[in-house]
Design a protein around this ligand. Structure first.
Ligand code: GLN
Ligand code: ZN
Length: 761
C-alpha cells in the first residue's frame, strides 16, 4: 500500500538562472538555437535528476517552457495569433509571439501578457477567432517525454486543460466588426486536438497525464461549468487523467467535478486545507486523490508531523488511492535552499525551496506508509518549524501590542478631503494642472555599479552616500530646469521598490539566489517575511530631506505601500495577510510622520499591487479590499492635513474596484493611462471620484518622445472626464528604465503642454 508521490511542476529557469541568460544571449544573437536548446536539455535532465533523487514516483514533463507554458500549449495546439502564422511553427515563432521579434522572421505585435491567477507569474494570453483551427504540430512535449523515458524515468506529462486554456485566452475582435463570437464555441474543435495529444502520449508509454484545470478554483459562469462535462467526455481513451486544481478550494464545483470522466483529482491543501474532508467524502470509488500538502507558492519548511497526523486517516480510508504532492507547480518557489549560505542558520532551518520540497513529499509519503524511520525523521525535520511558533526571533510583543491597539480612527485623516484640499492648496501654492513624475529617474550604469559595489563592500558607506547624493542633486537640477512643479529625489538608491524596504525594515530575510520567474526571462527575488515587522530607523528620510534642501520647490517623498510590500514578498503563514499588512502599515506610518517632521509636504505611497491581491473568488473580494484599504490608510493617516498624500497604481482595470480606490482617500492618485487613451478615467468619472487624479500622459515603455500637441490632446480629453482643478500632469510610471536624453525631451514637452493649457484657462 504505497503512497504515490509527485510534484505538479518544477521551476524551469535553473538555480543560477541559466535559462534566462541563455535566452537573452540567443535573442541578442550571441549563441545559436542549437546552443540554446542544449541549455534547455541540460536543465531538464538536471531537474529530473533532482526529482528522481528525491525519490518521487514520477518526474514532471511539459512543465519546462521556453518562455511560458501557456504559450507552449498554444504552440503544441498549433494555435497562434493570425499575424504570426507563417509556415510550420518553431522556436522563433514562439519568441515572436511572446516578444514581437526573434532572431529570424518578421516583427509582428507580441501577444498580451497577464497575471497567472493571483501569482506574480505572467502568461501569454491566447487569442481566439471564430475560424481558429487546432493542429497538433510542435513536438516539444513529445520530445521531452521521450527524453525523460530515455533517461530511465517514469514521466507524468502536464497539460493545461482545454477549458482553462480557453478561459485564459480572449476573443480577438476583428476591428469594426461586431462578431458576437464566444471562444467557448471553439471547444469541440479544441477537444479533437487534445484527443490527438493524449493518443500520442499513450503511444509513448505514458500512464498518467496531469491535466491542469485551475479555473475550477474560480466562480465560473454556468456555460463554462457545463463545458467541463463535455470536455472530459470527449478526451477519453488515452492515458489516465489526473485532474489538477490549485490556488483555492473547489468544493463549490465538487458535485460537477465528481461526475467527470477522469481517474483522479488533485486539490490544493496549502491554500485551502479545509476542503479535505468534503473532497474525500465525495471522491468516486475508482479515483485517486492527490493531496497537495507541500506548498508550491511559499518558502516555508513543511510541518511534516502535522501533515502526517492530518493525512493518516485519509490514508487508512483510501490506501493506494492516496497520492501526495505539492499544492501547485513549484514554478513559484526558488530552487535550492542549499545555495543560501549567508542566511541566518536559524532562519534557514525554517525554509524549503523546490529541491527540498520534493524531499518533503517523499518523506511524508514514506511516513504515511508506516515506515518508522520516516516517521521519526518527519518529527526531527519538523522540530525547527514547530519551535519557530514560540521563537523570540519571530514574536515581538511591542509590535503585537501596537497592532492590537489599531482602531478605525487610526486610519482616518484629521479633516475630510475637501477641507484638506483647501489647506493644501494654500500651503503648497501649486499652479493649475501641476506637473510631477512617479518617482524614479533613469538608473544609469554608473548608479547600478555604485549600488553593487557598495553591497559587495567595494565602496565605503561614505563614498556611496556621496555618490547617491550626487545623483539626487543631478535629478533635482534637471527637474528645476524642466520647470516641473513637484519634484522627486529619483530613487537612485533603490534597486527595487519592495526589496529596498524589505532590507531596511526588521522582519524580512533577503535571499541571494531566491529567484522566481515572473515572465519570459525575467525573474524576481522576493524577500521573505520571517517575523514581526517594525521600523528600527528611518528609511528614506535622509535622501528625501537632502533633495528638499536643494530646492525651493516641493519634493515628494516616495514610499512603497503595505499591500504592495506584502504582495511582492513571501509572507509568513502563521499570521493572516491582514495582520502582516497592518504591521507594515504601522512601520510606514512612522516613516510618513518623520518625513513630515523634516519638512516634506508631499508623500507618495505606491500601491501597484492592490488589484493583484484580489482573491480568486469574486465573492471574497470585498473582505480583502476592506483590510487592504485600511492598511493603506493607517500608513497615510499620520499625515497632517497640510501634508498631501499621493498614491500610484498601474492597472488596466479600475471599474470593479473603484469604490475601494476612492476609499483609500489619497489626496492625489496617479495612474497609468496613456496606452488606454484616457479611457481608464471613465471609471473615475462614472463613480464621481472626488479627489485629485494624475493620469499618465505618455507611455514611458516606448522610446518615442510625445509631442506637445499629443499631451495637450490627452489632457483635453481628460478634462472632459475630470474637472481641471483636480487634474495633475505626469507620465506613466517606470522612468528608471529610460535614459536621461529621452526622459528630458519627453518631460520638456509635457511641461510645455501644461503651460499652454494653463493659458487657456
Ligand atoms: N515610484 C516607483 C517608480 O517610479 C513606482 C513604480 C511602479 O509603479 N511600479 O519607479
Ligand atoms: Zn506604476
Amino acid at each position: 500500500m504505497t503512497t504515490t508521490t509527485h510534484i505538479l511542476g518544477y521551476p524551469r529557469v535553473g538555480s543560477q538562472r541559466e535559462l534566462k541568460f541563455a535566452q537573452e544571449k540567443y535573442w541578442r544573437g550571441e549563441i545559436s538555437q542549437q546552443e540554446l536548446k542544449a541549455v534547455g536539455h541540460e536543465l531538464r535532465l538536471r531537474h529530473w535528476g533532482d526529482q528522481a533523487e528525491a525519490g518521487l514516483d514520477f518526474v514532471s514533463a511539459g512543465d519546462f517552457a521556453w518562455y511560458d507554458h501557456v504559450l507552449g500549449t498554444s504552440m503544441l495546439l498549433g494555435h497562434l495569433p493570425k499575424r504570426h502564422r507563417h509556415g510550420f511553427p518553431d522556436l522563433d515563432t514562439l519568441f515572436r509571439v511572446a516578444r514581437g521579434k526573434a532572431p529570424t522572421g518578421c516583427a509582428c505585435a507580441a501577444s498580451d501578457m497577464t497575471k497567472w491567477f493571483n501569482t506574480n507569474y505572467h502568461y501569454i494570453v491566447p487569442e481566439f477567432s471564430a475560424d481558429d483551427e487546432f493542429n497538433v504540430s510542435w513536438q516539444q512535449l513529445f520530445e521531452e517525454v521521450a527524453e525523460a523515458k530515455d533517461s530511465g524515468k517514469d514521466v507524468k506529462p502536464v497539460l493545461v486543460g482545454p477549458v482553462s486554456y480557453l478561459w485564459l485566452g480572449k476573443e480577438k475582435e476583428e476591428l469594426g466588426k461586431e462578431t458576437g463570437f464566444d471562444r467557448l464555441s471553439l471547444l469541440p474543435r479544441l477537444l479533437v486536438a487534445y484527443q490527438q495529444i493524449l493518443t500520442k502520449l499513450q503511444k509513448l508509454g505514458v500512464q498518467w497525464v496531469q491535466i491542469d484545470e485551475p479555473v475550477l478554483a474560480l466562480e465560473l459562469p454556468k456555460a463554462w461549468r457545463d463545458a467541463f462535462k463535455i470536455a472530459y467526455q470527449v478526451i477519453q481513451g488515452g492515458p489516465k487523467l489526473l485532474l489538477t486544481t490549485y490556488f483555492d478550494h473547489i468544493t463549490h464545483h465538487l458535485d460537477k467535478i465528481v461526475e467527470l470522466k477522469v481517474d483522479g483529482l488533485h486539490v490544493d491543501l496549502s491554500t485551502a486545507p479545509q476542503q479535505l474532508e468534503e473532497v474525500v467524502a465525495a471522491l468516486p470509488q475508482h479515483w485517486v486523490l492527490s493531496a497537495g500538502v507541500i506548498n508550491g507558492r511559499n518558502v516555508w519548511r513543511a510541518d511534516l508531523s502535522a501533515q502526517l497526523a492530518r493525512l493518516a486517516p485519509v490514508k487508512a480510508q483510501l490506501g493506494d488511492r492516496l497520492w501526495v504532492g505539492t499544492s501547485c507547480s513549484l514554478l513559484h518557489t526558488p530552487i535550492d535552499l542549499e545555495l543560501e549560505t549567508e542566511l541566518d542558520p536559524t532562519v534557514r532551518e525554517w525554509l524549503a525551496f523546490a529541491k527540498q520540497k520534493c524531499r518533503e513529499v517523499t518523506l511524508l509519503a514514506k511516513a504515511l506508509d508506516g515506515d518508522q524511520t520516516a516517521i521519526d525523521e518527519c518529527a526531527r525535520y519538523s522540530a525547527p518549524i514547530k519551535a519557530r511558533a514560540t521563537s523570540d526571533l519571530v514574536n515581538n510583543p511591542a509590535v503585537r501590542e501596537r497592532t492590537a491597539a489599531i482602531t478605525d480612527a487610526l486610519a482616518e485623516r484629521q479633516l475630510p478631503y475637501a477641507e484638506r484640499a483647501r489647506v493644501q492648496r494654500e500651503s503648497l501654492g501649486l499652479p493649475l494642472l501641476p506637473t510631477t513624475t512617479i518617482g524614479s529617474f533613469p538608473q544609469t550604469n554608473e548608479i547600478r555599479t555604485q549600488r553593487r559595489d557598495f553591497k559587495a563592500g567595494r565602496l565605503s558607506e561614505q563614498d556611496y552616500t556621496t555618490a547617491m547624493k550626487g545623483h539626487i542633486a543631478d535629478a533635482i537640477e534637471r527637474q528645476q530646469r524642466l520647470d516641473l512643479d513637484v519634484l522627486v529625489h529619483g530613487e537612485p538608491e533603490r534597486n527595487d521598490m519592495v526589496e529596498y524596504f524589505a532590507e531596511l525594515l526588521e522582519g524580512f530575510a533577503v535571499t541571494r539566489f531566491g529567484w522566481v520567474q515572473s515572465y519570459g526571462s525575467r525573474c524576481v527575488k522576493p524577500a521573505v517575511i520571517v517575523s514581526d515587522i517594525y521600523r528600527a530607523t528611518p528609511m528614506t528620510v535622509e535622501w528625501t530631506h537632502y533633495a528638499q534642501s536643494l530646492t525651493n520647490k516641493t519634493v515628494k517623498g516616495m514610499l512603497t505601500g503595505p499591500v504592495t510590500i506584502l504582495g511582492w514578498t513571501f509572507p509568513r503563514e502563521d499570521l493572516t495577510r491582514e495582520a502582516i499588512a497592518n504591521q507594515i502599515a504601522l512601520a510606514l506610518r512612522d516613516e510618513v510622520a518623520d518625513l513630515q517632521d523634516k519638512g516634506i509636504k508631499v508623500i507618495q505611497i505606491d500601491e501597484p499591487a492592490i488589484r493583484e491581491g484580489l482573491p480568486l473568488k469574486a465573492s471574497e473580494w470585498q473582505t480583502y479590499l476592506d483590510w487592504a484599504v485600511k492598511a493603506f490608510k493607517i500608513s497615510a493617516a499620520s499625515a497632517e492635513s497640510e501634508t498631501q498624500i499621493h498614491t500610484h497604481m498601474c492597472y488596466s482595470e479600475f471599474n470593479d474596484i473603484i469604490q475601494s480606490v476612492a476609499a483609500l482617500d489619497a489626496d492625489v492618485i496617479t495612474i497609468e493611462t496613456s496606452r488606454s487613451d484616457m479611457e481608464l478615467l471613465k471609471a473615475f468619472e462614472e463613480f464621481a471620484y472626488p479627489n485629485e487624479i494624475g493620469p499618465g500622459v505618455y507611455d514611458i515603455h516606448s522610446p518615442n518622445i510625445p509631442t506637445v500637441d499629443h499631451v495637450v490632446a490627452l489632457i483635453e480629453k481628460a478634462e472632459t472626464l475630470v474637472p481641471a482643478e483636480r487634474l495633475w500632469i505626469n507620465p506613466d510610471c517606470g522612468l528608471k528604465t529610460r535614459n536621461w536624453e529621452e526622459t528630458e525631451a519627453a518631460l520638456t514637452n509635457m511641461v510645455e503642454a501644461a503651460k499652454q493649457l494653463r493659458k487657456q484657462w
